[in-house]
Write a protein that binds this ligand. Structure first.
Ligand SMILES: [Zn+2]
Length: 290
């Protein structure tokens, strides 16, 4: 029996509910069984804690061609802030059995970065609701402008024309509100100079907008496969007898977008590279392609 002596890193980001210690499920599951069950999320390379193993109810897993038999606390490095955190077995159960996430959904961000992302999504939702509204009150316009500035700084709202139209509306209707100063300031940042002109008329257009489809960027935020994950998935699908044609067909919705710019396009080309590398039997790349 493997005796687990791994010491958790001191800078581990705590989970608001589960804290920063490995859970003890009381189950006795062999390390080998755990590794077999965790192929989707790092396989042999992952740092897992067998003492936390929980048996999965595979009938509740959404994508159960190759089900996960166990959930187990796993040490992960946050993609965003590079700090370590635990993706807890209980969280995995919640994701894959309660929330209906597919097993391809992996946890790549620490609890703090996830919270920041949720904030972005909430503001994007409010922004989307308000921008489509015909009879906005002044207070709503102010909220809308603040959300637009926030989303622009977060790199989500990249349609500069949209910002400019909002700025004009704000100047006409709520010139005294802080939101109006904020959007003038933001447009100044984008164009690379201070917003000296109070009516904003002289602020020139910035370089080309990367994406005018913020909804696609939000999609990329909510679902983030990695090169390595798709590579391993493809190899596992091959191993279970799924043909290359079927595999390509399954990924075609994504890979056909690999020419697009922005986060979504980058993600789609990662998927395409991973699938093609795995199908051709090329070794896994050390780093994801750009
Ligand atoms: Zn983080």
């Amino acid at each position: 029996m493997l005796i687990h002596t791994f010491r958790l890193p001191a800078d581990l980001v705590p989970h608001p509910r589960f804290g920063a210690t490995v859970s003890q499920s009381g189950h006795r599951v062999s390390h080998e069984e755990i590794v077999k069950s965790s192929w989707r999320h790092g396989g042999f390379l992952a740092t897992v804690f067998p003492e936390s193993a929980m048996r999965a109810d595979i009938s509740r897993q959404k994508d159960s061609v190759i089900p996960l038999q166990y959930y187990v606390d796993r040490l992960v490095t946050c993609r965003e802030c590079a700090r370590p955190f635990l993706f807890f077995a209980r969280e995995q159960q919640h994701w894959y059995e309660e929330l209906g996430f597919t097993l391809d959904a992996d946890c790549v961000r620490c609890p703090e970065c996830r919270k920041a992302r949720h904030r972005i999504r909430r503001r994007f939702q409010r922004f989307s609701d308000l921008i489509g509204k015909d009879d906005r009150s002044d207070a709503e316009l102010s909220t809308l402008v603040e959300d637009a500035v926030f989303l622009s700084r977060a790199g989500i709202l990249r349609d500069e024309q949209k910002l400019r139209r909002l700025k004009n509306l704000a100047l006409a209707r709520i010139p005294e509100e802080p939101a109006t100063r904020e959007i003038l300031g933001r447009l100044g940042e984008i164009s690379g100079r201070a917003p000296t002109d109070p009516d904003g008329a002289e602020i020139p257009a910035a370089g080309p907008s990367v994406s005018t489809r913020p909804e696609i960027d939000v999609l990329a935020l909510t679902w983030e496969p990695t090169y390595e994950m798709w590579y391993r998935n493809t190899r596992d699908m091959l191993d279970t007898g799924i043909s290359p044609g079927q595999i390509r067909a399954q990924f075609s919705i994504l890979t056909q977008h690999s020419g697009l710019g922005g986060d979504f396009g980058r993600m789609a080309s990662q998927v395409r590279e991973a699938v093609e590398d795995a199908l051709a039997g090329r070794p896994i790349r050390d780093t994801p392609p750009p």
